[in-house]
Ligand binder design. Sequence first.
Ligand SMILES: CC(C)NC(=O)[C@H](Cc1c[nH]c2ccccc12)NC(=O)[C@H](CCCC/N=C(/NCCC(=O)O)S[C@H]1O[C@H](COP(=O)(O)OP(=O)(O)OC[C@H]2O[C@@H](n3cnc4c(N)ncnc43)[C@H](O)[C@@H]2O)[C@@H](O)[C@H]1O)NC(=O)OCc1ccccc1
Length: 233
Amino acid sequence: MQTIRNIVILTGAGVSAESGIDTFRSAGGLWEQHRVEDVATPEGFARDPNLVLRFYDMRREAIQTKQPNPAHEALGRLEREWPKKVPGGSVTLVTQNVDDLHERGGSLGVIHMHGEHLTVWCTACDTRHRWTGALIDRPPCPACSAPFLRPDVVWFGEVPYRMDEIFAALSEADLFVSIGTSGAVYPAAGFVRTAREIGAATLELNLERSQGSQWFDETRLGPASEVVPAWVE
Ligand SMILES: CC(C)NC(=O)[C@H](Cc1c[nH]c2ccccc12)NC(=O)[C@H](CCCC/N=C(/NCCC(=O)O)S[C@H]1O[C@H](COP(=O)(O)OP(=O)(O)OC[C@H]2O[C@@H](n3cnc4c(N)ncnc43)[C@H](O)[C@@H]2O)[C@@H](O)[C@H]1O)NC(=O)OCc1ccccc1
């Protein structure tokens, strides 16, 4: 039995579903209400910036009324307890989510590979800042005062954030765990195969089988608020 020291965890929208945040591909999900190419691509933003800014202002407002659930809290606990239990051991939490529920659930150093809704990006002076107000009102950039702030999220066709850190953690992983993701979006959906290639054990915790289930040693089905605390305990 391989000793587990370094754990890499990837989460998706499913970990926040029970906090009342829409997932993307489920019935009535975000991608049913909005065309991806209109609201989550640089081309869509160029075509109709107001539509995109309203879409992210709406999501940001909704997310701020939500609370972390037992899945977020259990992952926060794991991150704190694991190094005590396994000296030198590590937990790296990578999320595709732009919400801050992992942080409010007690996780530190979360890698938001697709960005965060609480930061904004000035496309005039290429600086990032804490979100201050609805972007539809074109608030001035705190650094250059230009009115060109956009959501600090990774749109389709854009390069995800902190990929080198993610691949460095994957290359050291003994265990890769995927939670609440459909495995539909790359490069995140490819991490399980990278983990397998370097010999890590792979575990999927999800409500239903995903597009990547065949790549996992084990899949445990159920709501994240139940299967994640059960796995952490
Ligand atoms: C659609 C797909 C085919 N297209 C892509 O993957 C594209 C193109 C592409 C690249 N490589 C490829 C290879 C093959 C094919 C296509 C590609 N990828 C890109 O463009 C990426 C950028 C993609 C990022 C796009 N931005 C998002 N989000 C931010 C904005 C925003 O949030 O608005 S993606 C967005 O959608 C994805 C949604 O997926 P999930 O989170 O999984 O959510 P979903 O609703 O689909 O599923 C929910 C799951 O939870 C489960 N669930 C539900 N409730 C619960 C519950 N209660 N408990 C447990 N589980 C639950 C469900 O069963 C389900 O399985 C997330 O990634 C999310 O961040 N960029 C890139 O590749 O750049 C180059 C590159 C690559 C590598 C290195 C350098 C350069």
